[in-house]
Design a binder for this molecule. Structure first.
Ligand SMILES: [Zn+2]
Ligand SMILES: [Zn+2]
Ligand SMILES: [Zn+2]
Ligand SMILES: [Zn+2]
Ligand SMILES: [Zn+2]
Length: 318
């Protein structure tokens, strides 16, 4: 954390810039900027532009997120990553649907030291393409140790097995070490930045598709999971509670009705405040839609509120 007060050992102030030149502190800050800010600095003035474009260290880690993702093509990405001059380590592309297998392969060919490739929902990429990239890195004795592939196209168990064995370098312990993934990660951490697993996706034991596969948080399920993983599965195979990540029984689905179209187990449903009119709660992601009422602690859901308003306007019409 940065100190909030100056101390006696504080460094001397940076020299004032010559007229028309950017402050020296701006150059120091470049290393902490995200891609949109770096690109903005690039265009501010010649000096700053040269500092941004000419320092490969600034381009070792490239992260492209919306709204920039929609404009990111192979050519643009190739130009940006070329700034790393072959030293690119980490590439995060979130939803860059215009980036293709061939484009990404060219980038990796120029940067064989890439250790981290996060490409969730880059739908222009395929299982075949990513497999070739990992093969290429393996041939170059690279050390790719982190892949995020959720949402890419045509990814099969065959691709996953080959990628996993290349990444683990034939070490079965690495292949077998599987840390748990709970459903809440999906909603909160799109890039899964804090989790240490080498690959995010797995083959769903129920439908065999390669997707995010969630473990169950329910105590009784966790006890039996090694012998009979009946509720370890992908988002489509197992309905999960939006609050605790546990699987939901058909009785719970019938009884625990939410205002939003999410699902919740009955235990979690019982703990939440409900709409004064329809007695349904919101999940945490949608609780911003609550309309507070004059009675403290009470609220109406947006659906009941809209219904009330449309009834009122109908009455006014008569
Ligand atoms: Zn499944
Ligand atoms: Zn729950
Ligand atoms: Zn379960
Ligand atoms: Zn309601
Ligand atoms: Zn919800």
């Amino acid at each position: 954390m940065l100190p909030t007060t100056a101390t006696t050992s504080a460094p001397p102030p940076l020299p004032a810039p010559a007229p028309g030149e950017p402050h020296a502190a701006l150059f120091l800050a470049l290393g902490y900027m995200r891609l949109p800010e770096l690109l903005a600095c690039w265009r501010v003035c010649r000096l700053l532009g040269e500092a941004v474009a000419g320092d490969p260290l600034l381009w070792r880690r490239v992260a492209v997120e919306p709204p920039l993702s929609a404009r990111m093509t192979d050519e643009v990405l190739l130009k940006l990553t070329a700034r790393a001059e072959g030293t690119l380590r980490s590439l995060h592309l979130l939803g860059c649907f215009r980036v293709s297998d061939a484009g990404l392969l060219r980038i990796v060919e120029h940067n064989p030291c890439v250790t981290e490739l996060c490409v969730p929902t880059c739908t222009g990429l395929t299982g075949d393409g990513v497999m070739k990239i990992v093969q290429l890195l393996h041939e170059h004795k690279g050390n790719i140790n982190r892949l995020r592939l959720n949402g890419i196209s045509r990814m099969s168990k065959h691709h996953l097995d080959i990628i996993m064995s290349l990444m683990s370098n034939g070490n079965p312990q690495v292949e077998e070490a599987r840390s748990e993934l709970f459903y809440n990660h999906r909603a909160r951490e799109v890039l899964n930045t804090n989790d240490e697993r080498p690959i995010d996706v797995d083959a769903c034991p129920l439908c065999t598709n390669v997707r995010l596969v969630f473990d169950c948080t329910r105590d009784d399920c966790m006890k039996v999971k090694d012998s009979f993983p009946r509720c370890r599965g992908c988002y489509f195979c197992v309905t999960r509670c939006e609050k605790c990540g546990g699987c939901i029984s058909s009785e719970d689905r019938a009884e625990a009705d939410l205002v939003c179209s999410d699902f919740m187990c009955l235990d979690c449903w019982l703990t939440l405040p409900k709409c004064s009119t329809c007695n349904r709660p919101y999940c945490e992601r949608h609780e911003n839609l609550m309309v507070p009422l004059s009675m403290p602690g009470q609220f109406s859901c947006h659906r009941c509120m809209e219904l009330g308003m449309s009834l009122e306007s109908q009455e006014d019409g008569y």
